[in-house]
Design a protein around this ligand. Structure first.
Ligand SMILES: Nc1ncnc2c1ncn2[C@@H]1O[C@H](COP(=O)(O)OP(=O)(O)O)[C@@H](O)[C@H]1O
Ligand SMILES: [Mg+2]
Length: 229
């Protein structure tokens, strides 16, 4: 495998004396997709949040280009390259295009460039026809697709998806997987937590099960070229 963009090493996390993560290592590589499964309460969300800088570990290191630093020292810089998406898409009241454009306000793009970028993103996600709709009136599956697109437009190096399929029907799951496959092909590093494992054939390169605070390597199926095939 290629050299990781970021290697999170030796992650430990305790909540009220209960050890949730025990010396967990996870490598985030360009164009690689990790599927993370495990029973409820095993620490999947906690792990993603530590990677995203949203939860503080008891101890952890981050290795970049072979150089190791403490999580605390490095995370502020690293988190700029990482987007964490909640299970429930957190959309703002407003149209689909306004939601997708939101993050661009913090970039150096001018209004014309932002508008072009939103147009491209809408087309990329098959959302052009829904551009003027109020985002919060759409189905859970479409809202999640809007949330993916809002993340994609910012071109993060790493995308962390926490139970993205939970509120989707079969059709939406297939559409979502196709978007994720294209994100991966474009070089994004993706980590997904999910209970519904069958959708990730051909998408996930690695599968880990979180059990008793540790990551166990699990089987990954690569039989399909595309989830829609
Ligand atoms: N902020 C918190 N305060 C206390 N306990 C927490 C907190 N967040 C998570 N936990 C506990 O840590 C464990 C792992 O939670 P979580 O990471 O949400 O698991 P999963 O995503 O695998 O369902 C659970 O026992 C949960 O109750
Ligand atoms: Mg969770």
């Amino acid at each position: 495998m290629k050299e990781p963009l970021f290697l999170f090493r030796g992650i430990n996390k305790t909540f009220a004396e209960s050890q949730v993560l025990l010396n967990v290592d996870i490598s985030l590589c360009q164009g690689n997709c990790i599927l993370l499964s495990g029973k409820n309460g095993t620490g999947k969300s906690t792990l993603l949040k530590i990677i995203a800088g949203l939860e503080i570990p008891d101890v952890a290191e981050i290795v970049i280009s072979g150089k190791s630093e403490s999580w605390k020292k490095t995370i502020t810089e690293v988190r700029k390259a990482i987007i964490y998406l909640h299970q429930q898409p957190l959309l703002f009241s407003g149209t689909v295009e306004a939601n997708i454009a939101y993050g661009l306000r913090f970039t150096s793009l001018n209004i014309k460039q932002r508008s072009e970028s939103v147009k491209t993103a809408l087309a990329w996600a098959g959302l052009t026809k829904l551009a003027k709709q109020q985002a919060n009136t759409l189905s859970g599956g479409v809202q999640q697709r809007v949330a993916f697109t809002r993340a994609w437009i910012l071109k993060p190096k790493v995308l962390l998806l926490d139970e993205p399929m939970a509120n989707m029907d079969h059709e939406s799951r297939i559409q979502a997987c196709n978007l994720l496959l294209r994100m991966k092909s474009a070089g994004m590093s993706i980590v997904i937590t999910s209970h519904v494992l069958q959708y990730f054939d051909g998408l996930a390169d690695q599968h880990f099960k979180l059990k008793h605070g540790r990551l166990e390597t699990a089987k990954v199926s690569k039989k399909k070229e595309s989830p829609a095939a």
